[in-house]
Design a protein around this ligand. Structure first.
Ligand SMILES: *Cc1c(COP(=O)(O)O)cnc(C)c1O
Length: 250
């Protein structure tokens, strides 16, 4: 007999994959062009493993501490790929590098310098995405769109960071059009960044779209969508709690 959790996660995954396919179909994109990242904040390792058994391989965590508390349990799933999608404090860089193969939330030079320093020490490189604040909301992290290209240029001069693309969190709105504008802004920036032809800058990934807006994101070119609640159910804390870990951890 299957547990309720298993049934729910399985059903939700099926639904999400169907919706991804339908959205791709509408804009004539092959569904395999869109990677599904499971946003796993507050999700216990057992549920992540359930999703993994159902074929999912890419997960994202928002908090370093929480991610580290799960890694031991997730070791039986070595093919899981862990991305970091939350606001990263510079003093947590070393801990984040214990599990993350990609950090999607690069938005300031102090963080870039800290990462570069640590990676030099460890003799390795890291995939990153540049986070852009496409909604211009003060509450959100990410670079101002007007500053993004200059920032990418600077990051491209480091040795260990490989820029794979851009990430954004769209405007929270029940209206699809202002949200769409955010996603278009990110897609445009990617095209402009590509044209800079910089070393170690590939710009293939557009990480945008969450449970409430992923179909719009796919229509606007997302290559990676980050879904949490539509798969694992509603969370009991507001998202702002996970985007700002300043007070919580030292
Ligand atoms: C929580 C989170 C998501 C997923 O949010 P849902 O609305 O639960 O799908 C995506 N991206 C980031 C950065 C998040 O923090």
């Amino acid at each position: 007999m299957e547990s309720d959790d298993r049934i729910n996660i399985k059903q939700n995954l099926l639904t999400v994959h169907k919706r991804i396919e339908a959205a791709c179909h509408r804009v004539h994109r092959p569904p395999q062009d869109v990677r599904l990242l499971l946003a796993c904040k507050t999700v216990p390792a057992t549920h992540i493993l359930l999703a993994h058994h159902l074929g999912e391989r890419l997960i994202g965590e928002n908090r370093v501490q929480e991610a580290l508390s799960k890694i031991d349990h997730l070791q039986i799933a070595p093919t899981l790929e862990h991305h970091f999608i939350g606001h990263l404090q510079s003093n947590k860089v070393r801990h984040a590098l214990r599990f993350a193969t990609c950090i999607q939330s690069i938005d300031r030079l102090s963080l870039v310098r800290k990462l570069e320093q640590e990676l030099q020490k460890q003799g390795r490189s890291l995939d990153i995405l540049i986070q852009v604040n496409t909604s211009y909301e003060e509450s959100k992290f990410g670079l101002h769109p007007d500053k993004t290209l200059a920032f990418i240029r600077q990051v491209s001069q480091t040795d260990c960071l490989k820029i794979k693309g851009l990430m954004t969190i769209g405007l929270f709105s029940s209206q699809p059009e202002p949200v769409r504008t955010c996603f278009r802004r990110l897609a445009t920036l990617r095209e402009q960044a590509k044209q800079l032809n910089l070393p170690r800058v590939e710009m293939e990934t557009l990480s945008m779209g969450m449970s409430h807006d992923f179909e719009t994101a796919i229509e606007e070119g997302a290559t990676m969508i980050r879904i949490g609640s539509a798969i694992f159910g509603a969370r009991s804390y507001p998202d702002s709690y996970y985007w700002n870990e300043e007070e919580e951890e030292k």
